[in-house]
Design a protein around this ligand. Sequence first.
Ligand code: SIN
Ligand code: CO
Length: 379
Amino acid sequence: MLSLDLLGGLSAQTFLRDYWQKKPLLIRQAIPGFTGLLTPDELLVLAGQNDCTARLVRQQGDGWQLRHGPFRRSAFPALKSRQPWTVLVQELNHHLRSAEDLLQRFSFIPHARLDDLMVSLATAGGGVGPHFDSYDVFLLQGMGERHWQISTQTDLTLIDELPLKILRHFTPEQEWVLSPGDMLYLPPHCAHNGVAVGLCMTYSIGFRAPSAQEIATQFLIYLQDRLQLNGVYADPDLNLQEHPAQIGKPMLEKVAGMINQIHWDKHDIAEFTGCYLTEPKAHVFFSPPETMPSHARFCRQVRKAGVRLAPQSLMLCYDKRFFLNGEPVDLTGEYESLIQLADTRQLAGAGLSPACLDWLYTCHEAGFVLIVEALRKSG
Ligand code: SIN
Ligand code: CO
């Protein structure tokens, strides 16, 4: 199993039992020979793209400056500048196939928990300061070396009025220098500080952990869109009130009766969860094909080369019900094909049913599914 390599010989089961959400783990040479997925130059180009979420953090003494991208090339100080700086690019997996493949190696954690792959480039002495994150993270060292300090401290007070979340007090308990291929797992709220030894790049595999407030709010929105209640307010039994401004008890009872018509069951929870967890983030856009192939040509190409999910697509299932990009999948009897696509993000084309091909065609039109590129030209 792939995760045996990635976890330095630990089985995924042992990792989940002993470390996941519990305690930090340093894995030397988690990916031997790993030096990164892109060069500093390629990262700076990416940070200039409109469809890219990038931040630039500059340190000036005790001061911190934060700017949001996209950035012109001239926004970046020299790589050898005496003032340390770092640029962070979110969702690298939307931009690089190799980043998507790297995330797939973390499939020992359910896809529903995975957020994105972030990459940072820091000059000597650069970093984002001592802080904590509310979610789990694997910090995989790419190019260069980074000095990490971590602490299980419970004092998580932040310094006021800074553009970044920086801990007021940071008391490191353990520290290491990570070299290319080394990886550090941190559970939520574990304080950490990573400082670049020289020019370095770090890949963060981040997980999502929605708050109860967020889930409940979104569930109420979901419910509201599907609500169909009967009746209108009626009071043929109305009695004369002493104060016309008074909301009478009978009125409250009628309102309560109306609200009590709102019900949900396990099915609604599952439908909501599937839609909610596959809903693309607000800034994410899909690129439908510039020229859509005819249905027949599409089927020929797919049968030959297969399809893969677009990098931005999110696909999950509950039992035999599938969800893609915020919507339930309206295709039944195709479990084997759909689970392959959802699990591995790709699907071999041979033997696909006409119904499955029809569905894939509409997904392709929306930009949710791509024909496998390497073989497409020969199709
Ligand atoms: C970084 O790569 O600079 C930030 C990673 C983190 O501390 O979460
Ligand atoms: Co962090």
